[in-house]
Design a protein around this ligand. Structure first.
Ligand code: F6R
Length: 586
């Protein structure tokens, strides 16, 4: 969940690493730091705060370096303090490391290191890595000491290390993402591609267990043996990973959804057919994902049922271990993930593979671990999603699920033309006009204590996703309910003025309007989202009916509402508290 980056090469490394860190800030922003080798000395600057705050306090512009590492932190072990910020160093301040992940055996390693006289300065699990390398260097060179130290670690890690006495940079990964950027004048090692997209689009995706050694050349090892890894070319360009005219990535990404749906429609039909055949032949299909991706899974199960009369099981990836007993080589697991790096989702597919099940996935990030570990992949092509909140990746996932459902009954072309018809409408839904209209609602709701979101059938997952969007960015308590559940307990929460957002559709109008009336009778402030206004609504957001694709269009006004609520409450929508984009730890 932290962002790490290192650069070694001919260019001035510090500005490159700082720029890279800014591009990685979505991975964590509790504290930040850099470690640079300058004239044979190791200089470490780090502090608590967001990257701009940290580096505005430190004058580093005049320092020239060709080897620098950087880190932006999302705290797991140890409080948010300067000491716990990365890079961490060894006793002699010669070795510096940055780490993302969790070292599970750090207590035991720490004890061992202390018994050998090492003095640790932080509460983190990460610091021990620098001391382990130092300890190993008593007997071997930096490269071999790094490899030996890595062998001792249990848990998950992406690590970059430097040594003030060597013109070298080391990297290693296990269950945490790490990629190498290859530029004309040097190399980057980083958590994610956007960090170095300004400099190069050439990338080497490291595999689990890879150790990379960069000096005059690059060498990659796995299990002690040198291996070859291809250089890939990134389809994203640097501009896509920038805010451009938008104030925030969240608004930019919401506004990109018409284009994103268009790109999602352009899937390779051969892969769609292969996945459809696998679904037809499987004995038991499971959709797995977390957070927003889980909501896409749930929505997908409704769409599959409605369009293709096909049953799929839906499970949070982290709960999936409860289902593995039912898996056989004839089972099919379909994982959905924007990043392709979510630790829980990866653990779920690995458990499935152990049982011999087939794994297919819907992923946005090419080259991610999920892509590599799946038998078949549908890439979303949604472009980089930088805001911590998933917006465009959700609508893109739903688009693909609609296509798969139609393809199951040989109607892929029908799905495509239905979805294409929606594109122009999505432009309208994300337009300034819609934003202005929704701002009026945000002004009414900005001080609400709770907001409830209610839907039936296909609109139930929409209600769950809408609640997640509101709560994670505005910190207003928001909860999604199925309309049918209201009277089984939840309606007790309704007081005079409680805002309730109701998602309606032509197909379930009667039932959901009955729910809306029950809420209104208890004093709720009722907001309708759907094709037809009703006298029961105090506020109405018209969203044209789109049948199985309703969820694609109905979520958009609520994404905008969530954004507006954050702005009106003085919050940064791109960096909600306590959250980070890729949840690469369990
Ligand atoms: C919510 C959000 C998270 C992610 C979840 C899964 O806005 O972004 O709930 O959806 O962490 O992430 P991916 O899709 O990368 O597996």
């Amino acid at each position: 969940m932290c962002g790490i980056i290192g650069y070694i090469g001919k260019k001035d490394a510090i500005p490159l690493v700082l720029n890279g860190l800014k591009n990685l800030e979505y991975r964590g922003y509790d504290s930040a730091g850099i470690g640079a080798i300058v004239n044979g000395e190791l200089i470490v600057k780090k502090d608590v705060g967001k990257i701009d705050e940290v580096f505005s306090k430190i004058n580093i512009s005049s320092i020239g370096s060709n080897i620098t590492i950087g880190h932006t932190r999302w705290a797991t072990h140890g409080k948010v303090t300067k000491e716990n910020a990365h890079p961490h160093t060894d006793c002699k301040n010669e070795i510096a490391i940055v780490h993302n992940g969790i070292i599970e055996n750090y207590q035991e390693l720490k004890k061992e290191l202390i018994s050998k006289g090492h003095v640790l300065k932080s509460e983190t699990d990460s610091e021990i890595i620098a001391h382990l390398i130092e300890e190993e260097m008593k007997q071997r060179n930096f490269e071999d000491a790094f490899k030996k130290a890595i062998e001792k670690l249990k848990g998950s890690y992406a690590i970059v290390a430097i040594n003030k006495n060597e013109k070298e940079m080391m990297g290693a990964r296990k269950e945490s993402p790490l990629v190498v950027g290859v530029s004309e004048d040097g190399y980057f090692i980083a958590s994610d591609v956007p960090s170095f997209l300004d400099e190069t689009k050439r990338v080497i995706y490291l595999y689990d267990g890879d150790v990379v050694v960069i000096n005059n050349e690059i060498k990659i090892f796995n299990k002690g043996v040198e291996v070859k890894r291809e250089i890939d070319s990134i389809e994203w360009d640097a501009e896509q990973a920038k805010k451009g005219v938008f104030k925030h990535f969240m608004l930019k990404e919401i506004s990109e959804q018409a284009e994103v749906v268009k790109k999602a429609i352009m899937q390779d039909e051969k892969i769609i057919k292969e996945i459809v055949n696998a679904i037809k032949n499987a004995k038991g299909v499971y959709f797995v994902g977390c957070g927003t991706a889980y909501h896409a899974c749930l929505e997908g199960s409704y769409i599959f049922s409605k369009v293709a009369k096909t049953h799929v099981n839906v499970c949070y990836a982290h709960e999936f271990p409860n289902y593995v007993h039912f898996l056989t080589p004839e089972s099919l697991v379909i994982a959905i993930s924007q990043s392709g790096e979510t630790a829980d989702t990866l653990a779920a597919i690995r458990a499935a593979k152990e049982k011999g099940a087939k794994v297919m996935s819907i992923v946005n990030v090419a080259g991610s671990t999920l892509v590599r570990e799946s038998d078949k992949v549908l890439l979303q092509h949604a472009g980089p999603e930088i805001c911590v909140l998933s917006t465009k990746s959700y609508t893109s996932q739903l688009t693909i699920l609609v296509m798969l459902a139609y393809a199951l009954v040989d109607k892929l072309d029908e799905a495509k033309s239905k979805l294409k018809e929606l594109i122009r409408y999505i432009y309208y839904l994300t337009s300034k006009n819609t934003q202005e209209y929704i701002k009026k609602l945000a002004e009414k709701l900005k001080d609400a204590r709770d907001i409830y979101l209610i839907g039936r059938d296909l609109q139930y997952p929409t209600a769950l996703e809408a609640a997640l969007k509101i709560k994670e960015v505005s910190y207003i308590h928001a909860e999604g309910f199925a309309g049918g559940e209201l009277k089984h307990g939840n309606i007790a929460l309704i007081e005079k003025g409680t805002p309730c957002i109701i998602f309606t559709s032509k197909e379930n109008e009667e039932g959901i309007i009955a729910n809306a009336s029950e809420l209104k009778a208890r004093g709720a402030y009722v907001i309708g989202v759907g094709p037809r206004n009703s006298e029961v609504f105090d506020f109405f957001i018209k969203v044209r009916g789109a049948e199985e694709a309703n969820s694609i269009v109905q979520i958009i006004p609520i994404q905008i509402l969530a954004y507006q609520l954050a702005i009106l409450r003085g919050l940064d929508p791109d960096r909600p508290r306590n959250l980070a984009k890729s949840v690469t730890v369990k």
